[in-house]
Design a protein around this ligand. Structure first.
Ligand SMILES: [Zn+2]
Length: 312
């Protein structure tokens, strides 16, 4: 995930408790059943480098999918064993597996943490083939991952592996132990603010205002990160409140500052998508760039995958 950036001032946001959302069980949505059904539930696969990346970058979209009864799987490619200043190795990996499980349970999504060591990931052939097998077995309609240019080498490695897998999932002699796919899924890149060589294209912008509570609850499950490691790394440990509810409010304020920047940068895309009134008023959004190396996001795919977006 992105480093904890300093913020000029904290604005204590009003804590809003939206109506409790019931997430339908997704245990019965199997790759086989979903692709045989005429109105199949969609399948969203998010491949992040670390156990909090999926929720942090696409928690709003994941919540929207689960609310609609679609299937979501959040995969951490590394075990997160290096994300702390006092704990490391298997002890931290075990903590982070548990945090990822609790976070996914907030929206009843599927969660997996792979065993690659945190901070040592390379886009080698073994990782590419692991990703190919994962995509083939899960049969996602939409895959999300990091861009191959990013501050963190693990993020870059995962983005590269997914990009390299995107075409090969359809090639029969590659990983013949898992049946190949006849068609690529749509692949999208998780939001970031990096500008070299280019800023992330705002191909899909999503108003996540109504999902902030679910996102923050997911992030709060990653206690070792959002209340310990990231504040430590940013030199802001003394800002973290002791009390649980105050911690949640602190995290919410910090997170809102972060995604508010996306709404500011992608205002033009928000207006094009949601119209001038709503588009100008949206404060919190997630943004995704669609990869040109997998299935295109044509009008039909946009309508299917992002049915809840007005111009979709
Ligand atoms: Zn990360």
């Amino acid at each position: 995930m992105a480093p904890l950036a300093p913020i000029g001032k904290f604005s204590r946001s009003r804590i809003v408790t939206p109506p409790r959302v019931v997430y339908h069980q997704q245990s019965e949505i199997t790759p086989e059943s979903s692709h045989l059904m005429p109105h199949a539930p969609l399948r969203l696969l998010i491949l992040g480098a670390h156990p909090d990346d999926c929720e942090y970058h696409a928690g709003g979209l994941a919540a929207i999918y689960r609310e609609a009864g679609h299937a979501v799987k959040m995969v951490s490619v590394t075990n997160g064993e290096s994300g702390h200043f006092e704990i490391s190795g298997e002890k931290l990996a075990a903590i982070r597996r548990d945090e990822a499980r609790v976070a996914a349970a907030v929206i009843d999504a599927e969660s997996a943490v792979w065993e690659h060591p945190d901070g040592r990931l390379l886009p080698m052939i073994e990782l590419r083939e692991q990703v190919i097998r994962e995509i083939r077995r899960y049969r996602p309609d939409l895959v999300l991952t990091h861009r191959p240019n990013d501050y963190h080498p693990d993020h870059r490695a995962v983005g590269q592996a997914v990009q390299d897998a995107s075409y090969l999932v359809t090639v029969p002699p590659i990983c013949p132990d898992v049946p190949h796919l006849r068609h690529d899924p749509v692949v999208g890149y998780l939001p970031d603010l990096f500008t070299k060589p280019t800023r992330l294209a705002g191909d899909v912008v999503i108003d996540v205002t109504d999902r902030l509570d679910a996102i923050v609850r997911m992030l709060a499950a990653h206690r070792s990160q959002f209340f310990e490691w990231l504040p430590y790394h940013a030199g802001r440990q003394d800002e973290v409140p002791i009390d649980d509810s105050a911690q949640r409010a602190w995290l919410r304020d910090w997170y809102l500052e972060k995604i508010r920047r996306f709404a500011q940068i992608y205002r033009k895309e928000l207006i094009a998508t949601y119209g001038s009134d709503r588009g100008a008023a949206i404060e919190y959004c997630e943004v995704f760039e669609i990869s040109e190396y997998a299935a295109p996001l044509d009008a039909a795919a946009r309508q299917r995958l992002f049915w809840f977006v007005p111009s979709g």
